[in-house]
Design a protein around this ligand. Sequence first.
Ligand SMILES: CC(C)(COP(=O)(O)OP(=O)(O)OC[C@H]1O[C@@H](n2cnc3c(N)ncnc32)[C@H](O)[C@@H]1OP(=O)(O)O)[C@@H](O)C(=O)NCCC(=O)NCCSC(=O)Cc1ccccc1
Length: 144
Amino acid sequence: MTRRPHRPGYEGCYACGADAVGGLRVRVVGDGPDGLVANARLGTSHQGAPGIAHGGIVAAVLDEVISLTLWRVLDRPCVTRRLEVDFLAPVPIGRDVELRAQCTETQGRKVRARAEALFDGQVRARADGLFIEVPEHHFTHHRG
Ligand SMILES: CC(C)(COP(=O)(O)OP(=O)(O)OC[C@H]1O[C@@H](n2cnc3c(N)ncnc32)[C@H](O)[C@@H]1OP(=O)(O)O)[C@@H](O)C(=O)NCCC(=O)NCCSC(=O)Cc1ccccc1
């Protein structure tokens, strides 16, 4: 079967792929009618300060769990156009961080979604995203 490029399964993906050196290894652990639950365990190469994940990395895991959710809920190829992140408290490295995402609205090609990163039951960061549906060739015509 031909792999559809917007779907999870690209092992080179920095956020979810098994082959990405130093990657974030976001993995889905549960799903519901309109969202997903995932985990990530960040490491020393993801720090911004001792023991604390860099904010850009936190944004990346939130972006990824939304992307995985849109695949699961909509099965439409969508990419991130805008991502707004609130960093509420530090996200530690070396421990599992829980990620939750939901698709909140679809309007034509525009899809809105939100995600949270939780540790010790506390929301440490949250994101609101605008994603845009694209044709499948979006994922193939930029190959170097
Ligand atoms: C394709 C597109 C996203 C959109 O371009 P076009 O097709 O030319 O579309 P256009 O610019 O016309 O906008 C469409 C509609 O949206 C509206 N609107 C726009 N902005 C705003 C706003 N701020 N606020 C509100 N609305 C806004 C705009 O008015 C329009 O509305 P209308 O329809 O008139 O009512 C292009 O900008 C692009 O390629 N960006 C790079 C994407 C990229 O690389 N992302 C990162 C990698 S992906 C990733 O990491 C996750 C992932 C991983 C693995 C697998 C999958 C996912």
